[in-house]
Design a protein around this ligand. Sequence first.
Ligand code: ADE
Length: 244
Amino acid sequence: MRFHVLTLFPEMIEQGCRTSILGRALQAGAISVTATNIRDYSENKHGHVDDYPYGGGAGMVMQPGPIDRAYQAVKSGIPGKARVIYVTPQGNVFNQQIAQELAKEEDLIFLCGHYEGVDERILEKIVTDYVSIGDYVLTGGELPAMVMIDAISRLVPGVLSNEVSAEFESFHDNLLEYPQYTRPEEYEGQRVPEVLLSGHHANIEKWRREQSLERTLRWRPDLLEQALLTKKDREYLAKKGLQV
Ligand code: ADE
């Protein structure tokens, strides 16, 4: 997977993607991240890329020209078509399903806005997807782009070990994760649940599934509507007096 980010703060993207699992995936060549500075494509002698909004109002608006030229430069290095994601609080809210869909692509271009907005004409010309990371407003699109790059990268083969990627399946079922414990067996008087020490794999699986069900119902009941529940799951919830 090749990520291409059009931004005014390329160092933010480069630094942010260099550490931890993404950093390792970059080194291994499982993903690549290139940040293109929109300012490099300004034709203004001061390097300006924004101007006052027509019709008045607060703030500045990013001009179409520099973004278009930065985009053309990136596109010329990509074989075939690439989706262009404009990160904006006005977009569809990003989730695991969108991450999975985007993970199938070979190249993804992210456009990060700043100031009060971006000239509508360039959005109409190049953007294929408008995506938000939640109902709050950030100062720019770099963090949202990095959030999406992280979530998409972990779905790319070779980025996570197989063991961990299987783990993800439980969220895929629209259930929250069960609680995890490690050593010591007792911490400040709190013992690790006995079943986890039993070595009885079937009982452990059953306990974990039940914990996932209970947690989802308690904290994210909205997820249960789309969860893939077995007859056993429903019976368990019913036994607890919980109706789905
Ligand atoms: N830019 C500013 N806020 C944002 C958000 N919540 N999601 C995506 N892009 C943004």
